[in-house]
Write a protein that binds this ligand. Structure first.
Ligand code: PEP
Ligand code: MG
Length: 559
């Protein structure tokens, strides 16, 4: 039970929402499990039949939800239905039953066994562990006769409050009934955050104490500041939400190009993953692509595509931005760590985030980079699009120099990402050997704060508003100014309208983000002068922590 007047966490999707807390029923009650005991089955076959019944009902529930949604949400739910019916899982339960174990324990042991396997595989497979735990809870709930855990359907628009959300919970959410998400765990790159961004509903993660909120408590969620007001004045809250909605609706008419109130041009660009997302992005008010994450084209590839096939893939993205004045920044393979690619990644590294990832993969396999650069050059020639190429995970000037030589030899414009603190500290020397840099704030934050960007418990550290991260951005931006070369930001930080003002004030010249975020950032920049941007940058740098940095900047922008 929470007695405070407000809670706070990491804001991930901006906006205001007001509604009663809707609690996700997490676990099946221990009493129900104790009452169920060994289930009283005559033999293992009878127990297995009860498992089949329960797992079948769970799978049908997922399939029904999948029918009501589309796209990524439907895929997630269909995959969960398949996992509930998985033969391997059933086989493991049967084996435990035959060994004399009770049904519930057999299900738990089988789930543990597969969770261990998924976790050891890492990357995307590790995320399936959450799905499996969700299935385990639902099957056990059916066995003991309790309602399935998960998101209940509310009668009125509500704020969903949970410890964390399983992908199958978030995939079927109806944004007219669930108006905001608040979770105790989870970081800015967590599944909850990604789904909230897709649904366009305010979201705050990493909220200590959230699970102490009782169902029905009125909450005002501020997804911009990361605050949750408990039992606020109802009329005033509704008025604030209405004003926020009206301001958001106004954004839809923003058409770019972006400039500050006093006319300083700031390039807004899109982050894309393939031809399809590039075509979609070309309909938004951007001047090009600031980050094409090429590795995302190859997540399911076992073998390296040859130069021609790569050229075809890259040309699809370049074609979408071939108008005069537009350009595309292609990032070479950032395989490894959280993005394993079968034909590139080194297996069995103790610490993959600090291992052979990004540009480092070319150290003992230069052909990997050469083939990719040939593919990019082929695509650039074919489409005529202005093409810039940058390398991820550059740590030394020597690496930047060698990369730049290879890129220039193919008639392309070379740059590097600033994601490693060493690269930020030496930005002035990096910029002597490349034509531009782009700051990857996701990894720069991870490496500056020594906090795994996927670790849900470290969300307060993996926050680009950390003054130490802003300091490294300031160093990089001033190196850009001194060299007269562009300094972009292409991490999630660029999509935060308030932080965008800070970045511009620090001297960043372009911001690349998910296309859905572009209008909000552009409209915010329209309203501020360069003097204000510099002022908020100074305020953010001077703050002790992200919370006070956000508050100081917001106060300044609202003046
Ligand atoms: C970053 O690290 O900020 C970045 C843009 O790269 P990615 O998120 O793909 O690692
Ligand atoms: Mg990165």
């Amino acid at each position: 039970m929470v007695t405070a007047e407000s809670l706070s966490g990491t804001p991930v999707v901006p906006g205001l929402a007001f509604g009663p807390a809707l609690r996700v029923s997490g676990e099946v009650s221990a009493e129900a499990i104790a009452r169920y005991g060994d289930g009283g089955f005559s033999d293992p076959d009878a127990a297995l039949a009860a498992f089949d019944d329960a797992a079948g009902t769970v799978a049908e529930g997922f399939a029904r939800k999948a029918d009501k949604v589309s796209g990524a949400s439907a895929e997630v739910l269909t995959a969960s239905a398949g996992l509930a019916r998985d033969k391997g899982l059933r086989g493991a339960v049967a084996k435990n039953l035959t060994a004399g174990t009770g049904l519930i324990e057999s299900v738990q042991l089988a789930a543990n066994q597969f969770v261990d396997v998924f976790t050891a595989m890492g990357g995307l497979m590790a995320e399936r562990a959450t799905d499996l735990r969700d299935i385990e809870r639902r099957v056990i709930a059916h066995l003991v006769g309790e309602p399935e855990p998960g998101v209940p359907t509310p009668e009125n628009a509500s704020v969903l409050v949970a410890e964390d959300l399983a992908p199958s919970d978030t995939a079927g959410l109806d944004p007219t009934l669930i108006v905001a998400l608040v979770t105790e765990r989870g970081g800015p790159t967590s599944h909850t955050a990604i789904i909230a961004r897709q649904l366009g509903i305010p979201c705050v993660v990493g909220v200590a104490g959230a699970t102490g909120l009782s169902g029905g408590t009125a909450l005002l969620v501020d997804g911009t500041l990361g605050s949750i007001e408990i039992d606020p004045d109802r009329a005033e809250s509704i008025a604030r939400v209405d004003r926020d909605r009206a301001a958001r609706a106004e954004l839809e008419s923003w058409s770019g190009p972006a400039k500050t109130l006093d006319g300083t041009h700031v390039k807004l660009l899109a982050n894309v993953a393939d031809g399809e997302s590039a075509r979609q992005a070309s309909g938004s008010p951007v001047e090009g692509v600031g980050l094409f994450r090429t590795e995302l084209c190859f997540l399911n590839r076992q073998d390296e595509p040859d130069r021609e096939e790569q050229a075809d893939i890259y040309a699809e993205v370049l074609e979408a931005f071939s108008r005069p004045g537009q350009y595309v920044v292609i990032r070479t393979l950032d395989a490894g760590s959280d993005k394993p690619i079968a034909f590139a990644t080194h297996e069995g590294e103790e610490n993959p985030a600090l291992g052979v990832r990004g540009l480092r993969l070319s150290f003992d396999n230069p052909a990997l980079l050469d083939h990719q650069l040939d593919g990019v050059a082929g695509a650039a020639q074919r489409t005529g699009t202005e093409t810039w190429v940058m390398a991820p995970m550059v740590a030394t000037v020597e690496e930047a120099k060698e990369f730049a030589e290879k890129v220039r030899a193919r008639g392309l414009k070379p740059g590097i990402m600033i994601e490693v603190p060493s690269a930020a500290l030496l930005a002035h020397r990096m910029l002597e050997v490349v034509d531009f840099v782009s700051i990857g704030t996701n990894d720069l934050t991870q490496y500056t704060m020594a906090a795994d960007r996927m670790a849900t418990d470290l969300a307060h550290l993996t926050d680009p508003w950390q003054p130490a991260v802003l300091q490294l951005i300031a160093i990089t931006a001033s190196a850009g100014r001194a060299n007269g070369k562009p300094v972009g930001v292409c991490g999630e930080a660029a999509a935060d309208p308030a932080l965008a003002c800070v970045l511009v004030g620090l001297g960043v010249t372009s911001l690349s983000m998910a296309p859905a975020a572009v209008r909000a950032v552009g409209a915010q920049l329209d309203k501020v002068s360069m003097t204000t941007c510099v002022e908020v940058a100074e305020a953010a740098l001077a703050a002790d922590d992200p919370l006070s940095a956000r508050a100081a900047v917001r106060a300044c922008l609202d003046r």
